[in-house]
Design a protein around this ligand. Structure first.
Ligand code: IFM
Length: 473
């Protein structure tokens, strides 16, 4: 990938021309990754507070106790967002702050923080876009069974309604869940995210109950709404083609697509689970715990599909030794990199072309749902130069290439209405701790100073040019 900053170039001009003036531009964050203040104003521990204390779970033993100290610096951070000239801010609400026991009454101090955040944003002309759940389940609900337990879906719907009761007079855009795949699979199957489980059966139950919680919440918000709402769910999506043309690899790609893609979109947008996934799970002795009426609830209409895109993988149906089944007779499905592509600081392959393909596929297979890119970005080990400026040319080029991929998908018919970069600030990158920096704004953790990087200036200028306005200085 070129490291030329594509600002004021012919390619940039072409990109500007391909996006409409009302195209949404913004940045995203999540509560646990930036807020800190984990023990203040009645907040109780979430599963991520607990997980951070498991030796070896998070690089460098990092935790969310201080993070970006956003809980105390929120007004200054919103002022910085305004200076970046972006129109939308996607943030998440901490369930443990707002409803500390995962059930029962609202915590006035907790919801008060989001109440003020929404007011600050609106006062500066920025659209607030809360996500109700970004992975930080109250620990008390985990102790009661967590997402593998059906009751958690009902607790989520109650919590969603409670947040909406307090903010719904001013907030139009809502996302129920961020990346249920990560909550369910990274958290319950692979053990690398909170709560650290390693059970496929729990992961499958968690997916279904996350979907159910989403559908229940959509219904509750719609019926409580005092104004038109734009309701979304955000999924982490990528493409998963076969590593080779062999039948084993093609079959592995189908399994990966069923488990990693259609498991999430089919129930919400088609009202059913994919039959081939159901069949694949039989091999593991697992059934999705669907009860009567669940699928109709889950398929309650949404207004926007949030797409988070970082990379795509390819699938192989054989292990390193060439075997196609493991010792239990389960077919091998291995995710492999494509190879030969530029890498981000996390070693993720940079593949903007796949974002175009992905958006076209969603448009083709699930027509009629507008999309917004609710996250896209890259970790790089960028540092301030001698003059203090952070010249993150690699991230800037990454954003430019992916925004161009979105423009290309739009030109070819995909209904994509906005692009929110991940992330506003460097922050707590889950099991990688603070070493991985995704921010368009650098956070100097010892002083908590915020330093907009070149990518932040680029996004600001791009947004202004698309709107037809001169870049703010
Ligand atoms: O930091 C995460 C975010 O919380 C969810 N989507 C992916 C990002 C980068 O890993």
């Amino acid at each position: 990938m070129t490291t030329t900053v594509p600002s004021a170039t012919a390619a940039h001009d072409a990109l500007i021309d391909r996006l409409p003036p009302d195209f949404r531009f913004g940045v995203a964050t999540s509560a646990f990754q930036i807020e800190g203040a984990t023990a203040e104003d009645g907040r109780t521990p979430s599963i991520w507070d607990t997980f951070c204390r498991v030796p070896g779970a998070v690089d460098n033993g990092d935790d969310g106790d201080i993070a970006c100290d956003h809980y105390h610096r929120m007004p200054e951070d919103v002022a910085l967002l305004a200076a970046l000239g972006l129109d939308t801010y996607r943030f998440s609400v901490s369930w443990s702050r707002v409803q500390p026991h995962g059930r029962g009454p609202v915590n006035p101090a907790g919801i008060g923080f989001y109440d003020r955040l929404v007011d600050e944003l609106l006062a500066r002309g920025i659209t607030p876009w809360p996500t109700l759940y970004h992975w930080d389940l109250p620990q008390e609900l985990q102790d009661a069974g967590g997402w593998p337990a059906r009751d958690t879906a009902y607790r989520f719907a109650d919590y969603a309604e409670l947040v909406h009761d307090r903010l719904g007079d001013r907030v139009e855009h809502w996302t129920t869940l961020n990346e249920p795949f990560c909550s369910a699979v990274l958290g319950h199957v692979e053990g690398v995210h909170a709560p650290g489980g390693r059970s496929l059966a729990d992961g499958v139950r968690a997916v279904h109950h996350l979907h159910l919680g989403h559908g229940l919440a959509v219904r509750r918000l719609r019926s409580a709404a005092r104004r038109p709402l734009d309701l979304a769910v955000t999924h982490l999506l990528g493409t998963s083609g076969p590593a080779t043309g062999s039948p084993a690899d093609r079959e592995a790609a189908r399994r990966a697509d069923a488990f990693g893609f259609r498991f999430y979109l089919d129930p919400i947008l088609r009202g059913r689970y994919p039959q081939d996934l159901i069949d694949d799970l039989v091999v593991h002795g697992i059934e999705i715990p669907v009860q009567d009426g669940d699928l109709a609830t889950i398929a309650a209409p949404i207004d926007t599909l949030g797409v988070n895109y970082y990379r795509s993988m390819r699938s192989s149906g054989v292990d390193g030794g060439g075997a196609s089944h493991d010792a239990h007779g389960v077919p091998i499905t291995r995710n492999l990199p494509h190879g030969g592509l530029p890498l981000t600081g996390l070693g993720w392959e940079v593949m903007p072309h796949d974002l175009t393909e992905l958006l076209l596929r969603v448009s083709r297979d699930y027509p009629g749902t507008p999309m917004v890119i609710t996250e896209n970005g890259a970790a790089y080990d960028d540092r301030p130069g001698p003059d203090g400026f952070v010249d993150d040319t690699a991230r800037t080029a990454y954003l430019a290439a992916h925004l161009a991929a979105v423009a290309e998908a739009r030109t070819r018919g995909a209904d994509v209405r906005g692009y929110l970069a991940w992330s506003f600030l460097d922050n707590f990158e889950w099991s990688y701790g603070y070493a991985q920096r995704f921010g368009l704004v650098r956070v100097d953790y010892p002083t908590q100073a915020r330093i907009p990087k070149r990518s932040a200036h680029w996004l600001r200028d791009t947004a202004h040019r698309v709107r037809g306005a001169a870049p703010r200085t």
